[in-house]
Design a protein around this ligand. Structure first.
Ligand code: ADP
Length: 291
């Protein structure tokens, strides 16, 4: 059930009148409790709930959705509003009937949409964003930086190594790895593309008409290969997706796939611990053996 305080807030902020009896829980998320409900005009509203101190996650998600939407390159849910209501943080956005599709045409449409997004280049030519956000529940800093090598080593890998150290875990060869990755990335000419930032199979789907939908982003301007690399880590994308994406942009170099996914492995270690440490260690050694 959706509390009356939430329906009143939504109506005040957006004019949307919810039919609370239509609300149903939606599973599949990693962090929040989610509900989909109908409005009086027949449209859908998607609501996320979390503890009140998590409101900044919703603020950051809205900023990411606004940034992606502004490009017109991909379809994302329109974010409406967020607030602390009672003892909960709440985020309301456009609700969409979603259905997964694995047929070749749909995978091709997904790839074309992503390639479109990656053609949106940062206006300043720098890497980062106007706002920081979160990757899962971990803060993700996005200070504007002229060099991708500096941005990725400092604000992605080193940031996660430091988080691990603050939890008393020291990864072997971390300094050597940062130097090697910095020098490798410095040798490349990388464009600052707009990224979804958290693109695994659970964060993309299709609407009723078969249009790809991207949601739950952690957007910033970076190397487009970082987005594509992450699609490989936890799966969810078909071979048709990669074939179609390759017709727009070259395949990700294997060593950079490992470099970019190391960020997510370190983040998973910092969030969940366990075997992610050994996976990250083996990626570190693989990268050092290759560079
Ligand atoms: P979390 O922030 O908890 O990870 P998600 O944003 O991934 O949550 O959403 C959880 C699930 O809800 C998704 O897997 C998807 O199936 C569904 N979903 C996400 N956004 C919408 C939306 N705007 N409308 C309808 N369903 C959605």
């Amino acid at each position: 059930m959706i509390p009356q305080t939430v329906t009143e807030w939504l109506e005040e902020e957006t004019g949307i009148q919810l039919r609370p009896s239509t609300a149903r829980s939606v599973s599949g998320g990693c962090i929040n409790e989610a509900k989909l409900a109908e409005a009086e005009d027949g449209s859908l509203v998607f609501l996320k709930f979390n503890q009140r101190h998590q409101l900044p996650l919703f603020e950051a998600e809205k900023q990411s959705l606004d940034l992606l939407k502004a490009t017109g390159a991909i379809r994302v849910p329109t974010p409406y509003c967020h607030a602390v209501i009672g003892d909960q943080a709440v985020f309301a956005m456009e609700g969409i009937h979603m259905a997964n599709r694995s047929d070749p045409d749909s995978q091709e449409a997904l790839a074309a949409a992503l390639a479109n997004l990656h053609q949106s280049i940062s206006p300043s030519g720098e890497f980062g964003a106007d706002f920081d956000n979160y990757i899962g529940a971990t803060p993700q800093p996005n200070p504007w930086t002229g060099s991708w090598a500096n941005f990725f080593t400092e604000h992605r890998l080193e940031y996660q190594f430091q988080l691990a150290e603050s939890r008393c875990h020291k990864f072997s060869d971390a300094r050597t790895l940062l130097d090697a990755v910095h020098s490798h990335l410095s040798s490349l000419d990388i464009a600052p593309s707009l990224l979804h930032g958290d693109l695994w199979g659970g964060n993309a789907s299709f609407d009723d008409g078969g249009v790809p939908i991207f949601y739950d982003p952690a957007a910033y301007f970076g190397d487009r290969e970082a987005d594509v690399a992450f699609t490989h880590l936890f799966g969810g994308f078909g071979t048709g997706f990669y074939e179609a994406y390759r017709s727009k942009f070259p395949e990700v170099e294997p060593v950079r796939k490992t470099i970019y996914n190391l960020y997510h492995l370190l983040n998973h270690f910092n969030l969940f611990g366990g075997s992610y440490a050994s996976q990250a260690e083996s990626s570190i050694q693989q990268i050092l053996a290759t560079l």
